[in-house]
Design a protein around this ligand. Structure first.
Ligand code: NAD
Length: 492
């Protein structure tokens, strides 16, 4: 039985289709992939299993659209208008899209609504920004006029993960379409239905056929074929570091650029003067949001030894009150995305306990959560040795590792002591210390006395080290999704 009281056989699963050249289509092989609801463990829809042949069609469609007069003669302002219209359409469909996003990913419905609202903001931001990108004039010798202009890369390939399908799709599509690129998007086979539906809304918003193509399928098939396709001009990838390295090699093979938005093991540093009553609820929220399956989750909490007992006591009781449940009912924590993610997260916890690390506090699973769903409890461990996998590796689950420190230097050393560098949080009333530590941390973003799990639409976002390179969001993304050309005119 599903949570809606009906048993679905594979014949009556809702069929979603890829979108190529403005047409909804099946895979050329007619093969499909079942979409499994993380809350129930049951299939509820199918998507086409696109192959390399379908990748070829989608990329050709994006190339033809790029060269068509309909797109190439559209002004930046007109592209912006299409994005603003798309924002309106997504907003008008927010109830349906939020439900779809939550069912697909397992995240609580309130978070599904948050993701759709963020997608609307991305389309609005880039809709408004489209005609505000300017070049420069450059002072060279007097008989010349020298200037720079920004041009689109051409055909952009975008590979999207399952944790925030709608948000990541919207930030990439918003910025790259605003700049005049055309797109082929390969969303995740684990969660992609909101992306398919939004791309269909984009046609209604006025984007010409072929400017935005959605290619569903498996990573190692459709994703790999897309990343190696020689007709692609730029790749933007969000996902795991291992696949990111493959994407980088594919981009190098074709001598094109790429942005990689990868994983994280982000530290939160609580200094001795931190306001714990403000900090701890935010820290807890930022590790539990989306089941901890957030690249920017603050998964390591570094606590000054003078505040250890207080922090641990508070976390023990607050984690105990966290209940995991079905996306429709739960306020705190939904299920994880799939069975293998659940096994992976549980394996980290079993290893930690076998190694003698103390489980400080643990939540519960709602008694009515379907037994076949991918539920786990919220957990907080500590003290975690700094070289333990729980302190070094991305768990991607609702698991917080607490680590004590004595001095500022030690805190910085521990914070910088992983392979990642995505986000960091600093909690102190001392602004001089906050500034000094913010400068010493190697990461793409630093928050002081707050933690924005990625921040607002306006803020550039990206990593260093194993967290990737390039910046998305904000105006920086418009630079990433364009090429700077220098033009020099002699008027002698
Ligand atoms: P993943 O790397 O397994 O998959 C991401 C996408 O890549 C999916 O669409 C998948 O189908 C595709 N893919 C898989 N193998 C491929 C291949 N060989 N060639 C081309 N494409 C392939 O990642 P995931 O499990 O979906 O997402 C979790 C990871 O994403 C975590 O590490 C997380 O931190 C990271 N992430 C980063 C950000 C960020 O902005 N930095 C945001 C969200 C998620």
């Amino acid at each position: 039985m599903t949570e809606f009281g009906a048993t679905l056989s594979s014949q009556n699963l809702k069929k979603y289709r890829a979108l190529i050249n403005g047409l909804q289509c099946d895979a050329s092989s007619s093969e499909t992939i079942d979409m499994i609801c993380p809350s129930t463990g049951l299939p509820y829809a199918t998507i086409p299993r696109c192959s390399a042949a379908d990748v070829g069609k989608a990329v050709s469609s994006a190339r033809s659209a790029l060269e068509s007069s309909e797109w190439s003669r559209m002004s930046a302002g007109e592209r912006g208008q299409c994005l603003l219209k798309l924002a309106e359409l997504v907003e008008a469909n927010k109830d349906h899209l939020a439900e779809l996003e939550s069912r697909d990913t397992g995240k609580p419905l309130s978070q599904g609504y948050g993701d759709i609202a963020a997608a609307v903001q991305y389309f609005r931001f880039y809709g408004g920004a489209a005609d505000k990108i300017t070049g420069e004039t450059l002072p060279i010798a007097t008989d010349y006029l020298a200037m720079t202009v920004r041009e689109p890369h051409g055909v952009v390939a975008s590979i999207v993960p399952w944790n925030y399908p709608m948000q990541i799709f919207a930030r990439v599509a918003g910025a790259s379409l605003a700049m005049g690129n055309t797109l082929v998007v390969k969303p995740s086979e684990d969660a992609c239905l909101s992306v398919i539906e939004t791309a269909n809304l984009a046609l209604e918003a006025g984007f010409p056929a072929g400017t935005l193509n959605i290619l569903t399928g498996l990573g190692e098939e459709a994703g790999a074929a897309l990343s190696y396709n020689p007709e692609v001009d730029f790749i933007t990838f969000t996902g795991s570091p291992d696949v990111g390295a493959m994407i980088q090699s594919a981009a190098a093979r074709n001598h094109i650029g790429c942005t990689l938005e990868l994983g994280g093991k982000s530290p939160q540093i609580l200094f001795e003067d931190a306001d714990l009553s403000k900090a701890l609820p935010i820290i807890q929220d930022c590790i539990l949001k989306n089941g901890g399956q957030t690249c920017s989750a603050g998964s390591r909490l570094l606590v000054h030894q003078s505040r250890w007992e207080e922090a641990v006591d508070t976390l023990r009781s607050s984690f105990r009150s966290v209940v995991s449940g079905q996306y429709k009912d739960c306020l705190d924590l939904g299920p994880l995305i799939n069975a293998s993610q659940l096994r992976r997260v549980n394996a980290f916890c079993e290893q930690a306990e076998a190694d003698g690390i103390t489980l400080i506090g643990e939540g519960t699973i709602a008694p009515d959560a379907p037994t076949e769903g991918y539920y786990t409890t919220a957990k907080v461990y500590g003290p975690v040795p700094i070289d333990h996998p729980l302190a070094q590796d991305e768990v991607f689950g609702p698991v917080l590792s607490v680590i004590p420190f004595r001095t500022e230097e030690e805190a910085i050393r521990i914070a910088n002591g992983t392979a990642y560098g995505l986000v960091a949080g600093i909690w102190t009333k001392d602004i001089v210390r906050a500034t000094r530590v913010a400068k010493a941390i190697r990461s793409g973003q630093v928050f002081v006395n707050t933690y924005g799990a990625g921040g607002g639409v306006e803020l550039p976002f990206g990593g260093v080290k194993k967290s990737g390179h390039g910046r998305e969001k904000g105006f920086e993304a418009l630079k990433e999704f364009s090429v700077l050309k220098t033009i020099v005119v002699s008027h002698a």
